[in-house]
Design a protein around this ligand. Structure first.
Ligand code: CTP
Length: 471
């Protein structure tokens, strides 16, 4: 039986015929073939397909475009590659390459090669699988490095000596960890040892390429698999030393604090179970990031991490910038959740006032639900009774938030009185007084001194007017 998915059979046949007409061999290679055997895709969500040809990738792309009636061919001469757009697909063509070394130079010469030459230059055995598309061998699988066996045994392995594979492109070390995480595969021993040895080589890779792989790890069903491997291989400390610093447990007077690295990973996995949102997951990664420098042992109290929420929020921009993460409202969202992550817990006690709840809703705004999700994910106790108790407490806090919000409409709150009005009523010019009065009105509403509406706020302004008129 032919392995080729029926959905693309006709397309592949046409590509095979185009290649035959210019006397070239052509193969499908890479993620498309891998995902077919993994049943990760039914080919309906495929957006790009990689083809390798023995001969010119550019010439073949031109022929294919003509045959498919597509006039969208992009040629990248310096790389010897070309792309044809066909319906919703990007078809990428490259000529098979091989490297040869000249006597007096370590710099390899890239020249045309066979299919096998091309396969052994690829990153992983599971990514080197290829199907032939020429008419007489249509659908034949070429798997010289036992990629199918590695798929069955759930193993990440390089086709050749891993040190050579990673030397060619150190990003492949990140890719190995990324695929191990997405697929829940093991990294084979020699491959793992090579990553460990060569981790510092990641330094030559741009932050954009690294963060692409890291975000794929963060977006996986169980991101902790990847972070544990990034830690063990030494890759993590290359680009995210603050996270490595979370590792370790101190003991004083028989009291130990929890290991904040493994705790963070549990919170991240819990968050991943509750939400697909990449930035909520980043908030989980960052929520305790400033625990190490705020750690203190206080007699009679135990270990404290006072202020780690505020300091962590302060660190977010620097870390985001270094990692190449966006510095826009997504960063501000992460910052906000890190800053507020302890607040809902403080609302657990019975006698908590409505005004404390109002303040939290005011500060969290539309992100209040995400904040609650993060806080729930932050419950990582091994004691089931405790977990149950904490969860019940959170149910109560959540109910309270809903009640207060229904009553007072604080979410997305805007001061009912404008600066213009304040200036008019007080007869003052623009200046700091306007801001102070605005804050007074805000506090009066959040503290429940006055209801949240225009008339009450205006009357309040008239009442406090005399305190400011002389200023
Ligand atoms: N490849 C490689 N080394 C890299 C990147 C890619 O050898 N650093 C090869 C692999 O054979 C890979 C193919 O190029 O299968 C296509 O790469 P890419 O499109 O980035 O990844 P896919 O394997 O298609 O997987 P995914 O779409 O999940 O990223």
């Amino acid at each position: 039986m032919l392995d080729i998915p029926p959905k693309h059979k006709e397309l592949f046949q046409q590509i095979g015929e185009a290649a035959e007409s210019i006397d070239q061999q052509v193969y499908v290679v890479g993620g498309y073939v891998r995902d077919f055997y993994l049943k990760r895709s039914d080919s309906s969500d495929v957006t790009d397909i990689d083809f390798v040809t023995v001969g010119s990738g550019i010439e073949l792309a031109k022929k294919v475009a003509k045959k498919l009636g597509s006039n969208q061919v992009s040629i990248f001469k310096q790389f010897g590659t070309a792309q044809v757009k066909h319906k919703n697909l990007d078809l990428e063509f490259v000529g098979a390459r091989r490297e040869s070394y000249r006597k007096n130079s370590r710099k390899p010469l890239i020249e045309d090669g066979s299919l096998q030459d091309d396969q052994l230059r690829r990153d992983l055995t599971i990514n080197a699988l290829s199907w032939s598309l020429n008419p007489d061998t249509f659908g034949t699988l070429y798997d010289p490095f036992n990629g199918i066996r590695d798929l069955q045994n759930k193993l990440i392995r390089t086709p050749i000596n891993p040190e050579k594979t990673f030397d060619d492109d150190p990003l492949r070390m990140m890719r190995a960890v990324r695929f191990a995480t997405q697929l829940n595969f093991k990294i084979e021993g020699e491959t793992f040892a090579a990553i460990k040895k060569m981790a510092p080589r990641l330094a030559i890779i741009s932050k954009e390429r690294i963060i692409d792989e890291l975000n794929k790890i963060v977006s996986s069903p169980k991101p902790s698999i990847g972070f544990a491997k990034l830690l063990d291989t030494g890759l993590l400390k290359q680009f995210f030393p603050e996270m490595v610093d979370l590792l370790g447990v101190d003991e004083k007077n028989g009291q130990r604090h929890k290991d904040n690295f493994w705790h963070t990973l549990k919170v991240l996995d819990n968050t991943a179970r509750l939400s697909d949102d990449l930035w909520l997951r980043w908030a989980a990664i960052m929520h305790d990031i400033a625990k190490p420098p705020t750690k203190k042992y206080v007699k009679g109290v135990g270990w404290t991490f006072h202020g780690h929420d505020a300091l962590g929020a302060k660190w977010v921009p620097r870390i985001f910038k270094r990692l190449g993460l966006p510095l826009d409202e997504r960063m501000k969202y992460v910052q906000k959740l890190v800053r507020l992550h302890l607040r809902p817990i403080a609302l657990v006690s019975d006698e908590v006032s409505d005004s404390a709840v109002r303040r939290l809703i005011f500060e969290a705004g539309d992100d209040i639900e995400d904040l609650m999700t993060l806080c729930r994910a932050d419950i990582t106790s091994k004691n089931e009774w405790r977990v149950k108790k904490y969860r019940n407490n959170f149910d109560r806090v959540e109910k309270k938030i809903v009640e207060v919000e229904e009553k007072d409409r604080i979410r997305n709150w805007k001061n009912p009185i404008s600066g213009e009005e304040i200036m008019e009523v007080l007869g003052v010019k623009p200046g700091p007084v306007v801001g102070r009065v605005k804050d007074r009105i805000k506090d009066a509403i959040l503290d429940g001194e006055i209801p949240n509406n225009y008339d009450e706020a205006y009357n309040y302004l008239l009442r406090i007017k005399s305190e400011y008129e002389s200023q």
